[in-house]
Design a protein around this ligand. Structure first.
Ligand code: SF4
Length: 253
């Protein structure tokens, strides 16, 4: 039994309940790491470091951020990284530096108030008061002045409107922030695209009571599915880079 639920857990269960089980319950070792995950994680770490430096009023050059990124990716490469599309470690490092240069140049946000700030809030239906006996845990990527909560993503292309309006992490941010601070946040989604010419896209995002109540019911159903042992393979776009592909093929229920 887990002691909390997170948006990452909910998203993984919705994408593939069997992968959720392999990862969070069986805790199977991963024979490799998908390059896109390693890349996204290293970009995220470098940007987090930069914002912490900004918060401490230390001016850093792009080269410093690029070094943090390179060191992170090299450290991850101690374990096997599985590349695709002709990429290798060196081309990924070049791509990441290019993205970070764009991020630093294009970034328009204000001075950070907090970076990677953790939260734990109860899961409550805001319409009926029904409560789930499992808290929601997470991290606000970035909090800026004016109650602005920022979610940063690296993506192959910019998200469409439906993806943005359905983005669960932002709904969870809205829910957790308003629960903790008793006021609504300003939500912003920053997407750094890994396109030929990388770009930083920023979107103002809105969530209302209906979105938060819907999120509660989604979390509730996922938790019920987990507690009932409903774990089955859901083949889809995750499979080609799934670390558990081989063990999944031997699954017999
Ligand atoms: S290979 Fe596909 S179906 Fe199997 S666990 Fe991984 S994501 Fe799920």
């Amino acid at each position: 039994m887990r002691d909390h639920i997170s948006v990452s857990q909910i998203n993984l269960y919705l994408l593939c309940p069997l992968k959720y089980r392999f990862n969070y319950i069986d805790k199977l070792p991963k024979p490799f790491k998908a390059a896109e995950l390693a890349f996204g994680s290293a970009i995220h770490s470098a940007i987090e470091w930069w914002h912490k430096e900004r918060q401490a009023e230390r001016n850093r050059e792009w080269q410093d951020i690029a070094s943090v990124f390179e060191a992170d990716l090299n450290a991850q490469a101690v374990d096997e990284i599985r590349f695709k599309n002709g990429d290798d470690l060196s081309s990924l490092i070049d791509k990441g530096k290019e993205l970070l240069a764009v991020y630093v140049k294009e970034y328009k946000g204000t001075t950070p108030k907090a970076v990677e700030q953790g939260f734990r809030v109860p899961l409550v239906d805001l319409e009926t008061g029904e409560r789930i006996d499992l808290p929601l845990d997470g991290y606000f990527d970035l909090l800026e002045e004016g109650d602005t909560v920022v979610e940063l993503k690296t993506a192959a292309k910019v998200y469409d409107l439906t993806t943005i309006t359905q983005h669960l992490q932002l709904t969870a941010y809205a829910y957790a922030f308003s629960w903790l601070r008793k006021r609504e946040p300003n939500l912003r989604l920053d997407i750094l695209t890994k396109t030929k010419k990388p770009q930083l896209h920023s979107f103002e995002v809105f969530r209302d009571q209906n979105d938060k109540v819907r999120f509660f019911h989604l979390a509730k159903r996922v938790i019920e599915g987990i507690h009932s042992g409903h774990f089955y393979p859901s083949a889809g776009w995750l499979c080609p880079s799934c670390e558990y592909f081989d063990v999944c093929q031997k699954w017999r229920g």
